[in-house]
Ligand binder design. Sequence first.
Ligand code: IMP
Ligand code: MG
Length: 172
Amino acid sequence: MPELIPVLTKNDIDNLVARVARRISSDYQNHDLILIGVLKGAFVFLSDLVRHLDIPVKIDFIRVFSYGSDVCSSGDIQLTKDVEVDIKNKDVLIVEDIVDTGLTLKYLIDYLRSYRPKTIKVCAFIDKQERREADIKIDYSCHGVAEGFLVGYGLDYDEDYRYLSGIYHLKP
Ligand code: IMP
Ligand code: MG
């Protein structure tokens, strides 16, 4: 059986989300902000984030499929669900569960730029630094980790563990 080692409790997560939401609320006062969640992993974080913000936002989702193993994206990325709201001339914030190599995010930023939004920034719950390959800026990150494969709070391993309310390090 794989071992689950606790990394963040539900309470830790609540505090981290509240803190990042305060920054975003203050930075985007009087803006037309559209949050774009990256399916599937970001659905839990996005739903917590919007309930901590005290500014009005619109919400949409995008989905990508990344070829490769269950634990590492290959950088060979395909869009499987596009955005549906009009983001032209709007302020866009991409909401991700975790950034690892950064290749997914790089692809998404380049893709969404083609719709000519006014600004595009990135909010990621976890910034995992060890395997970063793409040169990308994470404007809002909640928690940094050096390495390891994490599950829970939307993060999966082969579709398991997304439902856990804490974040765990999965040890094979
Ligand atoms: P990247 O393109 O390597 O940055 O990978 C991004 C995607 O890979 C994330 O959105 C996750 O879906 C998945 N991923 C990367 N690291 C982990 C992890 O530790 N646990 C679960 N999913 C991960
Ligand atoms: Mg993801």
